[in-house]
Design a protein around this ligand. Structure first.
Ligand code: ZN
Length: 140
């Protein structure tokens, strides 16, 4: 049910205005062969597409929010899906009126973004289809 890892590296960085978070992080993971780890970050976005997994229909419902928002919390894990490093990221965003939205992050355009990436050393997880949920979860 669990695995133990050692920390290989702690990376801190930023993305620039106009960059897209998921594609840039995925590119970095692939280029540096980071197969396991954690990501966290804060900042602001100019727009974002987030999702909610409907457990009954077993499908993601996604929605785009085309407005400036703060990233209050961004957290994700890194594992292997379809043979390649895959970041699974969730996000909480706040709007101008301080109300919050959140969900599974599909894409977000950066206004400002600072992140930490912790690379693990060990026997990484691979994702596979899970019959019980309809999701691609870690194969234990
Ligand atoms: Zn998710």
């Amino acid at each position: 049910m669990i695995r133990y890892f050692k920390v290989r590296k702690l990376i801190q960085g930023r993305l620039f205005k106009g960059q897209e978070i998921i594609s840039e992080i995925t590119k970095y993971l692939k280029e540096n062969t980071i197969n396991a780890g954690l990501i966290s970050g804060i900042g602001a976005v100019s727009k974002a597409k987030i999702g909610y997994y409907d457990q009954t229909t077993r499908q993601y419902i996604s929605q785009e929010f085309n407005e400036p928002m703060e990233i209050l919390f961004l957290k994700g894990n890194i594992s292997i899906k379809d043979g390649e490093p895959f970041p699974h990221i969730h996000i909480v965003l706040s709007k101008k009126d301080y109300s919050c939205i959140g969900g599974h992050l599909f894409e977000a355009q950066v206004f400002a973004f600072e992140f930490e990436l912790i690379e693990f050393d060990g026997n990484f997880y691979e994702r596979g289809f899970d019959e019980d949920t309809g999701l691609f979860l870690w194969k234990i």
